[in-house]
Design a protein around this ligand. Sequence first.
Ligand code: NDP
Length: 322
Amino acid sequence: MTHADVKVLIIGSGPAGYTAAIYAARAGLKPVLYTGAQPGGQLTITNDVENFPGYPNGINGPEMMIDLQKQAERFGTKVNYGMITSVDFSGYPLKVTVDEKDEITAGTVIIATGATAKYLGIPSEEKFNNKGVSACAVCDGFFYRGKDVAVVGAGDSAAEEATYLANLCTKVHLIVRRDEMRASKIMQQRVLKTPNIQIHWNTETDEILGDDNGVTGVRLLNNKTGEKSIISVQGFFLAIGHQPNTGIFKKYIDMDETGYIKVVPGTTKTNVEGVFAVGDAADKVYRQAITAAGTGCMGALDAEKFLVSKEMEEVGVTIGNQ
Ligand code: NDP
């Protein structure tokens, strides 16, 4: 531990990473945070955040992330604009490499690298991103109250987002590429029982249509008949899965089959001593800014506790019954 360059190294700059930084900095641990390729994380591609407690009038996503950064820096977090390109968790202290060249040793590492929503990869989707195209119904659904929207996907996320939007919107078109859904039976039943959800089976998104004001419709392609049709919608929601940004940790950290980091339940501990995982990188169910922030706090507290026990160990003191 005494040889580590930093006590707490945080990888990622979303709500989880910055919250971990605020707590670690206030504990006097002088955390160093690397922002990654998208400083501020997924919230920087969200216009208005209305569901984060404490902002009665909502807040613009990028602004919120700047505030979180300032708050972390105020207590002494060093924020570096760089990518952690590889890690070596085979020994202790832990080693990470920044931008493929500089090696840093750390007493603890908090992984807060988040996840990235999967997109279809069609140009119109990018064109209307934030102008009707969204990958988060809970974040953006409210803006489509009383309007018609489309959801693409057929898993639990799509089922959940479609039913969530059905409460707010006049009509929800669910675009399913096969003749069955992957979602759990109970979620499917919920979708089928909701009168204002229309399922389009064997259907793909051919193009998202719109004008200067945003999305106006979707051109659908029936992949059985080859028939094309247009539906009129103002919002287009992607729910085709997320990819956790955890590739560089694969060699050392236990993950599920889709790459989400496994933590000891009720904690942020991974299988590697001194490495903690917080936010969306370890959460495929909730994936909210507030839950990410909550686990970020847990990560800092877990890291602090670990460092104390490590320091005690070094001076020959054992803790509790260990
Ligand atoms: P999944 O990977 O389970 O499902 C993705 C869905 O998107 C599939 O139905 C897939 O279709 C469809 N899809 C993928 N690519 C495309 C494409 N290019 N065009 C059209 N459709 C496409 O992701 P989810 O986010 O739904 O769920 C991830 C995990 O999180 C799951 O384990 C799920 O159970 C869990 N989860 C649990 C929740 C809960 O318990 N409340 C809520 C949300 C998620 P196809 O079926 O044809 O492959």
